[in-house]
Design a binder for this molecule. Structure first.
Ligand SMILES: *Cc1c(COP(=O)(O)O)cnc(C)c1O
Length: 345
Protein backbone atom coordinates (compact mmCIF):
# COMPACT_ATOMS: atom_id res chain seq x y z
CA UNK A 1 0.00 0.00 0.00
CA UNK A 2 1.39 3.38 -0.99
CA UNK A 3 0.35 6.38 1.05
CA UNK A 4 1.41 9.07 -1.47
CA UNK A 5 -2.09 9.33 -2.98
CA UNK A 6 -3.54 9.98 0.49
CA UNK A 7 -1.51 13.15 1.05
CA UNK A 8 -3.18 16.46 0.21
CA UNK A 9 -1.82 17.86 -3.08
CA UNK A 10 -1.19 21.25 -1.40
CA UNK A 11 1.05 19.56 1.16
CA UNK A 12 2.87 17.44 -1.39
CA UNK A 13 3.71 20.58 -3.35
CA UNK A 14 4.64 22.62 -0.30
CA UNK A 15 8.10 24.10 -0.03
CA UNK A 16 8.63 24.38 3.73
CA UNK A 17 10.07 27.38 5.55
CA UNK A 18 13.75 26.89 6.18
CA UNK A 19 14.77 28.30 9.55
CA UNK A 20 18.21 29.56 10.49
CA UNK A 21 18.77 26.48 12.63
CA UNK A 22 17.65 24.23 9.79
CA UNK A 23 20.08 25.75 7.33
CA UNK A 24 23.15 25.52 9.50
CA UNK A 25 23.44 22.37 11.57
CA UNK A 26 27.23 22.23 12.20
CA UNK A 27 28.04 20.99 15.71
CA UNK A 28 31.57 22.47 15.93
CA UNK A 29 32.31 24.37 19.15
CA UNK A 30 33.25 28.04 19.29
CA UNK A 31 31.09 29.09 16.36
CA UNK A 32 29.70 32.60 16.38
CA UNK A 33 25.98 32.45 15.62
CA UNK A 34 24.81 35.63 13.94
CA UNK A 35 22.14 34.04 11.76
CA UNK A 36 18.85 34.15 13.69
CA UNK A 37 18.57 37.68 15.06
CA UNK A 38 18.69 36.39 18.63
CA UNK A 39 19.86 38.39 21.62
CA UNK A 40 23.48 37.20 22.06
CA UNK A 41 23.60 37.47 25.87
CA UNK A 42 23.35 33.99 27.42
CA UNK A 43 20.49 33.26 29.82
CA UNK A 44 19.75 29.64 29.00
CA UNK A 45 16.90 30.39 26.58
CA UNK A 46 18.19 33.24 24.41
CA UNK A 47 18.80 30.84 21.48
CA UNK A 48 16.13 29.18 19.35
CA UNK A 49 15.64 25.52 20.26
CA UNK A 50 16.75 22.64 18.03
CA UNK A 51 13.94 22.46 15.42
CA UNK A 52 14.51 18.70 15.02
CA UNK A 53 14.95 17.90 18.75
CA UNK A 54 17.81 15.57 17.86
CA UNK A 55 18.97 14.67 21.38
CA UNK A 56 15.45 13.92 22.52
CA UNK A 57 14.68 11.84 19.44
CA UNK A 58 17.90 9.86 19.89
CA UNK A 59 16.91 8.95 23.44
CA UNK A 60 13.34 8.12 22.39
CA UNK A 61 14.57 6.03 19.47
CA UNK A 62 16.59 3.88 21.89
CA UNK A 63 13.71 3.59 24.34
CA UNK A 64 11.11 2.79 21.71
CA UNK A 65 13.29 0.85 19.31
CA UNK A 66 12.49 2.92 16.21
CA UNK A 67 14.72 5.14 14.04
CA UNK A 68 14.93 8.85 14.94
CA UNK A 69 13.59 9.54 11.41
CA UNK A 70 10.39 7.72 12.38
CA UNK A 71 9.63 10.20 15.18
CA UNK A 72 7.83 13.53 15.09
CA UNK A 73 7.36 15.50 18.31
CA UNK A 74 4.52 17.90 18.96
CA UNK A 75 3.26 20.41 21.50
CA UNK A 76 1.24 17.63 23.14
CA UNK A 77 -0.28 14.81 21.08
CA UNK A 78 -3.02 17.26 20.25
CA UNK A 79 -0.62 19.13 17.93
CA UNK A 80 0.44 15.84 16.37
CA UNK A 81 -3.18 14.85 15.73
CA UNK A 82 -3.86 18.26 14.17
CA UNK A 83 -0.82 17.92 11.87
CA UNK A 84 -2.02 14.48 10.75
CA UNK A 85 -5.43 15.86 9.82
CA UNK A 86 -3.83 18.76 7.96
CA UNK A 87 -1.48 16.43 6.09
CA UNK A 88 -4.14 14.02 4.82
CA UNK A 89 -7.54 15.70 4.86
CA UNK A 90 -8.64 18.24 2.25
CA UNK A 91 -10.98 20.79 3.91
CA UNK A 92 -14.63 20.59 2.81
CA UNK A 93 -13.99 17.31 1.05
CA UNK A 94 -12.34 14.58 3.14
CA UNK A 95 -13.44 12.95 6.37
CA UNK A 96 -12.05 11.14 9.40
CA UNK A 97 -13.65 8.17 11.15
CA UNK A 98 -13.88 8.02 14.92
CA UNK A 99 -15.38 5.35 17.19
CA UNK A 100 -17.44 6.88 20.01
CA UNK A 101 -17.36 6.92 22.92
CA UNK A 102 -13.80 8.18 22.54
CA UNK A 103 -11.39 11.08 23.02
CA UNK A 104 -13.14 14.35 22.12
CA UNK A 105 -10.23 16.11 20.42
CA UNK A 106 -10.35 14.11 17.16
CA UNK A 107 -13.68 15.63 16.20
CA UNK A 108 -12.79 19.13 17.43
CA UNK A 109 -9.57 19.13 15.39
CA UNK A 110 -11.47 17.89 12.33
CA UNK A 111 -14.07 20.64 12.83
CA UNK A 112 -11.36 23.31 13.05
CA UNK A 113 -9.95 22.07 9.76
CA UNK A 114 -13.36 21.89 8.03
CA UNK A 115 -13.03 18.12 7.81
CA UNK A 116 -16.11 15.94 8.35
CA UNK A 117 -16.27 13.31 11.08
CA UNK A 118 -17.94 9.97 10.48
CA UNK A 119 -18.91 8.32 13.77
CA UNK A 120 -19.21 4.56 14.09
CA UNK A 121 -20.03 3.58 17.66
CA UNK A 122 -18.05 0.90 19.44
CA UNK A 123 -20.02 -2.25 20.29
CA UNK A 124 -22.40 -1.62 23.19
CA UNK A 125 -21.47 -4.82 24.97
CA UNK A 126 -17.69 -4.58 25.08
CA UNK A 127 -16.65 -1.24 23.52
CA UNK A 128 -14.85 -2.95 20.61
CA UNK A 129 -14.58 -1.56 17.05
CA UNK A 130 -17.22 -2.98 14.72
CA UNK A 131 -15.19 -3.95 11.70
CA UNK A 132 -17.97 -4.38 9.13
CA UNK A 133 -19.79 -1.20 10.23
CA UNK A 134 -16.57 0.80 9.87
CA UNK A 135 -15.81 -0.54 6.40
CA UNK A 136 -19.41 0.02 5.34
CA UNK A 137 -19.46 3.64 6.47
CA UNK A 138 -16.01 4.48 5.06
CA UNK A 139 -15.90 6.08 1.61
CA UNK A 140 -13.27 7.27 -0.86
CA UNK A 141 -12.84 10.47 1.17
CA UNK A 142 -12.17 8.68 4.47
CA UNK A 143 -8.51 9.48 5.00
CA UNK A 144 -7.90 8.70 8.69
CA UNK A 145 -9.39 6.21 11.14
CA UNK A 146 -8.63 7.05 14.78
CA UNK A 147 -8.32 4.08 17.14
CA UNK A 148 -7.82 5.02 20.77
CA UNK A 149 -6.45 1.96 22.56
CA UNK A 150 -6.61 1.82 25.55
CA UNK A 151 -9.69 3.91 24.90
CA UNK A 152 -10.65 7.07 26.74
CA UNK A 153 -13.17 7.19 28.49
CA UNK A 154 -13.99 3.46 28.59
CA UNK A 155 -10.49 2.24 29.56
CA UNK A 156 -10.44 -0.98 27.52
CA UNK A 157 -7.98 -1.97 24.80
CA UNK A 158 -9.12 -3.01 21.35
CA UNK A 159 -8.65 -6.64 20.24
CA UNK A 160 -5.35 -7.01 18.37
CA UNK A 161 -7.02 -9.16 15.73
CA UNK A 162 -9.60 -6.43 15.00
CA UNK A 163 -6.91 -3.76 14.71
CA UNK A 164 -4.90 -5.96 12.41
CA UNK A 165 -7.92 -6.62 10.16
CA UNK A 166 -8.53 -2.87 9.99
CA UNK A 167 -4.89 -2.22 9.10
CA UNK A 168 -5.23 -4.69 6.25
CA UNK A 169 -8.60 -3.56 4.90
CA UNK A 170 -9.11 0.16 5.64
CA UNK A 171 -7.93 2.17 2.65
CA UNK A 172 -6.59 5.17 4.56
CA UNK A 173 -4.29 5.99 7.46
CA UNK A 174 -4.90 4.33 10.83
CA UNK A 175 -3.81 6.35 13.84
CA UNK A 176 -3.56 4.31 17.04
CA UNK A 177 -3.61 6.70 19.99
CA UNK A 178 -1.59 4.98 22.71
CA UNK A 179 -1.78 7.75 25.31
CA UNK A 180 -2.41 5.10 28.01
CA UNK A 181 -0.25 2.25 26.72
CA UNK A 182 2.17 2.40 29.67
CA UNK A 183 -0.60 1.39 32.09
CA UNK A 184 -1.51 -1.62 29.98
CA UNK A 185 0.00 -5.10 29.83
CA UNK A 186 -0.89 -5.25 26.12
CA UNK A 187 1.89 -4.72 23.64
CA UNK A 188 2.32 -1.40 21.84
CA UNK A 189 1.82 -1.42 18.06
CA UNK A 190 5.24 0.21 17.62
CA UNK A 191 6.81 -3.15 16.77
CA UNK A 192 4.38 -3.43 13.82
CA UNK A 193 5.28 -0.13 12.13
CA UNK A 194 7.43 -1.82 9.50
CA UNK A 195 4.58 -4.16 8.53
CA UNK A 196 1.95 -1.49 7.86
CA UNK A 197 2.79 1.64 5.81
CA UNK A 198 -0.57 3.17 6.77
CA UNK A 199 0.04 2.80 10.54
CA UNK A 200 0.67 5.88 12.70
CA UNK A 201 1.07 5.64 16.48
CA UNK A 202 0.81 8.52 18.91
CA UNK A 203 1.98 8.53 22.52
CA UNK A 204 2.44 11.30 25.07
CA UNK A 205 4.45 12.35 28.11
CA UNK A 206 1.22 13.68 29.65
CA UNK A 207 -0.06 10.53 31.37
CA UNK A 208 2.25 7.75 32.63
CA UNK A 209 5.41 9.84 32.22
CA UNK A 210 4.04 12.50 34.54
CA UNK A 211 4.88 15.54 32.40
CA UNK A 212 1.53 16.92 31.22
CA UNK A 213 2.80 20.42 32.00
CA UNK A 214 5.62 20.46 29.47
CA UNK A 215 3.35 19.47 26.51
CA UNK A 216 5.19 16.78 24.62
CA UNK A 217 3.43 14.39 22.25
CA UNK A 218 5.09 11.77 20.09
CA UNK A 219 4.20 10.45 16.68
CA UNK A 220 5.74 7.29 15.25
CA UNK A 221 5.31 6.29 11.61
CA UNK A 222 7.18 5.48 8.41
CA UNK A 223 9.97 7.88 7.43
CA UNK A 224 7.77 8.82 4.46
CA UNK A 225 4.95 10.07 6.70
CA UNK A 226 7.27 11.67 9.26
CA UNK A 227 9.23 13.61 6.65
CA UNK A 228 6.01 15.11 5.29
CA UNK A 229 4.76 16.01 8.78
CA UNK A 230 8.11 17.72 9.29
CA UNK A 231 7.40 19.95 6.31
CA UNK A 232 4.20 21.30 7.85
CA UNK A 233 5.04 21.62 11.54
CA UNK A 234 6.00 25.03 12.91
CA UNK A 235 9.82 25.30 12.81
CA UNK A 236 10.39 25.61 16.56
CA UNK A 237 7.31 23.77 17.87
CA UNK A 238 9.07 22.20 20.87
CA UNK A 239 10.52 24.86 23.14
CA UNK A 240 13.90 24.67 24.86
CA UNK A 241 12.51 24.19 28.38
CA UNK A 242 10.35 21.27 27.23
CA UNK A 243 13.25 19.58 25.44
CA UNK A 244 15.47 19.88 28.52
CA UNK A 245 12.83 18.70 30.97
CA UNK A 246 11.81 15.78 28.75
CA UNK A 247 15.42 14.54 28.52
CA UNK A 248 15.69 14.81 32.27
CA UNK A 249 12.35 13.12 32.99
CA UNK A 250 12.82 10.27 30.51
CA UNK A 251 16.03 9.24 32.26
CA UNK A 252 14.23 8.60 35.56
CA UNK A 253 13.15 5.08 34.60
CA UNK A 254 12.98 3.49 38.02
CA UNK A 255 11.02 6.26 39.73
CA UNK A 256 8.57 6.15 36.87
CA UNK A 257 8.17 2.37 37.10
CA UNK A 258 7.38 2.69 40.80
CA UNK A 259 4.78 5.38 40.14
CA UNK A 260 3.06 3.27 37.50
CA UNK A 261 3.08 0.24 39.82
CA UNK A 262 1.53 2.35 42.57
CA UNK A 263 -1.16 3.66 40.21
CA UNK A 264 -2.02 0.09 39.15
CA UNK A 265 -2.26 -1.06 42.79
CA UNK A 266 -4.49 1.90 43.60
CA UNK A 267 -6.60 1.09 40.56
CA UNK A 268 -7.38 -2.38 41.92
CA UNK A 269 -8.16 -0.98 45.35
CA UNK A 270 -10.52 1.62 43.92
CA UNK A 271 -12.24 -0.93 41.66
CA UNK A 272 -12.81 -3.15 44.68
CA UNK A 273 -14.21 -0.25 46.72
CA UNK A 274 -16.50 0.90 43.89
CA UNK A 275 -17.79 -2.65 43.58
CA UNK A 276 -19.11 -2.52 47.14
CA UNK A 277 -21.11 0.69 46.72
CA UNK A 278 -24.87 0.15 46.42
CA UNK A 279 -25.29 2.90 43.79
CA UNK A 280 -22.53 1.58 41.50
CA UNK A 281 -24.08 -0.65 38.86
CA UNK A 282 -21.07 -1.63 36.81
CA UNK A 283 -17.31 -1.18 36.72
CA UNK A 284 -15.78 -1.48 33.27
CA UNK A 285 -12.48 -3.33 32.72
CA UNK A 286 -9.58 -0.89 32.28
CA UNK A 287 -6.04 -0.89 30.90
CA UNK A 288 -5.57 2.80 31.74
CA UNK A 289 -5.03 5.04 34.78
CA UNK A 290 -8.74 5.59 35.23
CA UNK A 291 -11.88 3.59 35.84
CA UNK A 292 -15.22 4.13 34.20
CA UNK A 293 -18.19 3.11 36.35
CA UNK A 294 -21.93 3.17 35.75
CA UNK A 295 -23.95 4.53 38.65
CA UNK A 296 -27.63 5.11 39.42
CA UNK A 297 -27.55 8.84 38.64
CA UNK A 298 -24.28 10.24 37.26
CA UNK A 299 -25.30 13.91 37.43
CA UNK A 300 -26.33 13.62 41.07
CA UNK A 301 -23.23 11.65 42.16
CA UNK A 302 -20.95 14.02 40.24
CA UNK A 303 -22.45 17.04 42.03
CA UNK A 304 -22.29 15.34 45.43
CA UNK A 305 -18.60 14.62 44.93
CA UNK A 306 -17.86 18.22 43.94
CA UNK A 307 -19.61 19.43 47.08
CA UNK A 308 -17.26 17.18 49.07
CA UNK A 309 -14.22 18.54 47.22
CA UNK A 310 -13.55 15.78 44.66
CA UNK A 311 -13.65 16.49 40.94
CA UNK A 312 -14.13 13.55 38.58
CA UNK A 313 -15.38 13.43 34.98
CA UNK A 314 -19.04 12.99 34.22
CA UNK A 315 -19.34 11.11 30.90
CA UNK A 316 -23.08 10.56 30.95
CA UNK A 317 -23.71 12.54 27.75
CA UNK A 318 -21.30 10.40 25.69
CA UNK A 319 -22.75 7.68 23.44
CA UNK A 320 -23.10 4.32 25.30
CA UNK A 321 -22.00 6.02 28.54
CA UNK A 322 -25.33 6.84 30.16
CA UNK A 323 -24.80 7.43 33.90
CA UNK A 324 -21.09 6.75 33.60
CA UNK A 325 -18.41 8.48 35.66
CA UNK A 326 -14.69 8.43 35.01
CA UNK A 327 -12.33 8.32 37.99
CA UNK A 328 -8.64 9.12 37.44
CA UNK A 329 -6.39 7.14 39.80
CA UNK A 330 -4.67 9.44 42.30
CA UNK A 331 -2.19 8.81 45.09
CA UNK A 332 -2.91 6.36 47.89
CA UNK A 333 -3.88 9.28 50.12
CA UNK A 334 -6.20 10.79 47.50
CA UNK A 335 -7.89 7.47 46.82
CA UNK A 336 -8.44 6.77 50.50
CA UNK A 337 -10.16 10.15 50.80
CA UNK A 338 -12.19 9.45 47.68
CA UNK A 339 -13.37 6.06 48.96
CA UNK A 340 -14.22 7.54 52.38
CA UNK A 341 -16.36 10.18 50.69
CA UNK A 342 -17.97 7.72 48.24
CA UNK A 343 -19.12 5.64 51.23
CA UNK A 344 -20.97 8.61 52.72
CA UNK A 345 -23.03 9.40 49.62
C1 LIG B 1 -4.78 12.64 27.49
C2 LIG B 1 -4.89 12.12 26.12
C3 LIG B 1 -3.99 12.52 25.14
C4 LIG B 1 -2.87 13.43 25.51
O1 LIG B 1 -2.86 14.61 24.88
P1 LIG B 1 -1.61 15.57 25.10
O2 LIG B 1 -1.93 16.67 24.17
O3 LIG B 1 -0.38 14.80 24.70
O4 LIG B 1 -1.56 15.97 26.54
C5 LIG B 1 -4.09 11.99 23.87
N1 LIG B 1 -5.03 11.10 23.59
C6 LIG B 1 -5.90 10.67 24.52
C7 LIG B 1 -6.88 9.63 24.17
C8 LIG B 1 -5.85 11.18 25.80
O5 LIG B 1 -6.74 10.77 26.72
Amino acid sequence: MSIQHLIRPTIKALKPYSSARDEFKGLKDNLIFLDANENPFENGVNRYPDPQQQRLKLLLSEMKNVQPEQILLGNGSDEVLDLLIRMFCEPNQDNIIILPPTYGMYEVLADINAVKTIKVNLSASSFQPQLSDILERANEYSKILFLCSPNNPTGNSFEASTIESLLRTFKGIIVIDEAYIDFSNKESWLSQLHNFPNLVITQTLSKAYGMAGIRLGMCFASTEIISTLNKIKAPYNINELTQKKALEGLRKHSALKEQIASILTERSTLAEALDHLPYVEKIFPTDANFIMAKVDDANQRYQQLIEKGVVIRNRTSQPLCENCLRFTIGTNEENRRLVQILKTL
